[in-house]
Design a protein around this ligand. Structure first.
Ligand SMILES: [Zn+2]
Length: 437
């Protein structure tokens, strides 16, 4: 998940209500009491996990992180499985399509036949490679830890784990079945884990994902969809002086294409195209025979993906048909748009009720960013994907997590699930909303 820089602070929004109303069906406060003294062990674990570099491309670091998670999630009393991910296909700067291995996934399935069935999803990789300068932690104050992955999303994985530990100690646990799926390629698009995420979503009624909330606790509601592409243009090289007329300039073709797709921005409401990079070319005295345009597209509506692909294909074909040129498009939309559906709204309202019981004001707003929540939503179940810690400045060396949110957010997830299990809140995946249309 992406975010812009903000000044480090944890300005939590609170409301006045607290848990413990007289007419509740179950003593939720007693279940949540387990978390009251868990801040220190959660913080210790967070610091240990952040000290492990788990950049998406650092397979050795991901193996270490996988081991730490296996040990921690093993505390839930179930077999923790390791699932291999499919290698990513990437276009090199030479225009070759090659496979890039990614880290293994971790999975745990508990009580799959229970009446409430939930997918808990997160990622163990970070955007910080093994040679990135940001490797060490720093306490900005007692409540604020600046460390790689503290918010995105090692803190979130801890929130998930401790919420589940709380549930396991409740008499309501038998009513809650879940699958935990933690991948290692989210920050590079989840191509290698997408099929497993979709399969897991098909077994669940709804999903909880642990990307960070904003520092004030605001969650992400609707999300745009995202596509990443590389368009490869082959031309013909020639001496720039003696035989310029025999050359077919692939960089000029790539530049023409880049301008064409950039102009599609705004062609549909909220659609944006970012031309990120052009590779290819060489010495000044050679007509270049290779140009590669890499670009990202964001769309708000599912039908906009087809509109965009049609336009891009037209641009590709117009160059491919020229004598001496070849053009092809690779990549695709890997994060479908996640609109605010009636079921998702019902899910958010259930969370808002659980939050109010804890004195938390739960708000949400749409974002152009995307994450595995997009893919899970496309599989047909409602998903809230910012149930992790409060934090900010993710994907930068200023990333921080609000440490007081570790227990706070674990309580929020645990209470949400316990109340759904008790029937005090509606199960958002089992709602029949057809009559509201
Ligand atoms: Zn993330």
């Amino acid at each position: 998940m992406r975010g812009a820089w903000t000044k480090p602070s944890c300005p939590l929004k609170r409301v006045g209500l607290v848990l413990g109303r007289m007419n509740e069906s179950h003593d939720f406060a007693a279940d949540l009491a387990y978390l009251n003294d868990q801040r220190a062990p959660m913080t210790d674990r967070l610091r240990a996990w952040c000290a492990i570099n788990s950049g998406s491309g650092n397979l050795a670091g991901l193996t270490l992180m996988h081991g730490a998670l296996r040990e921690a999630f093993g505390e839930l009393g179930e077999v923790v499985e390791t699932l291999p991910a499919t290698p990513h296909k990437i276009v090199t700067s030479e225009g070759e399509l090659v496979e890039q291995p990614v880290g293994d996934m971790l999975r745990l399935v508990k009580r799959p036949q229970a009446p409430v069935r939930v997918l808990f999803s997160g990622h163990m990789d970070t955007v910080f490679a093994a040679d990135h300068p940001f490797q060490n932690e720093k306490f900005l104050d007692n409540d604020t830890l600046n460390a790689p992955g503290a918010a995105d999303m090692k803190g979130g994985l801890l929130v998930m784990l401790y919420a589940l530990k709380t549930i396991e100690q409740s008499s309501l646990a038998e009513r809650i079945g879940y699958e935990v799926l933690i991948n290692a390629d989210e920050e590079i698009g989840s191509h290698g884990s997408a099929a497993q995420l979709t399969a897991a979503a098909s077994h669940a009624q709804f999903a909880c994902v642990y990307e960070p909330a904003l520092a004030d606790g605001t969650l992400a509601g609707a999300r745009k969809g995202s596509g990443n592409f590389a368009a490869v243009f082959d031309g013909k090289s020639a001496h720039a002086g003696r035989e310029h007329h025999l050359g077919r300039n692939a960089i000029v073709a790539a530049a023409e294409f880049a301008a064409g797709i950039s102009a599609l921005t705004g062609g549909r409401d909220q659609l944006t195209v970012n031309v990120a990079r052009i590779d290819g070319g060489g010495p000044n005295n050679v007509v270049p025979d290779l140009g590669i345009v890499r670009f990202n597209v964001r769309v708000e509506q599912p039908e906009d993906t087809d509109w965009f692909l049609g336009k891009v294909q037209t641009l590709i074909s117009s160059i491919d048909e020229r004598e001496g040129f070849a053009a092809k498009l690779t990549g695709g939309f890997t994060r479908p748009p996640k609109p605010m559906t009636p079921k998702l709204l019902a899910f958010f309202n259930a969370l808002k009720t659980a939050g109010a019981d804890l004195g938390l004001e739960i708000d949400w707003k749409p974002t152009g960013g995307c994450c595995d929540g997009n893919n899970i939503a496309a599989a047909g179940i409602p998903v809230i994907d910012t149930l992790g810690v409060r934090g900010a400045n993710i994907h930068s060396a200023d990333e921080y997590a609000c440490l007081d949110s570790l227990v706070e957010r674990a309580k929020l997830s645990a209470l949400l699930l316990l109340k759904i299990a008790a029937g005090d809140l509606p199960n958002p995946g089992a709602l029949d909303l057809t009559e509201t249309f």
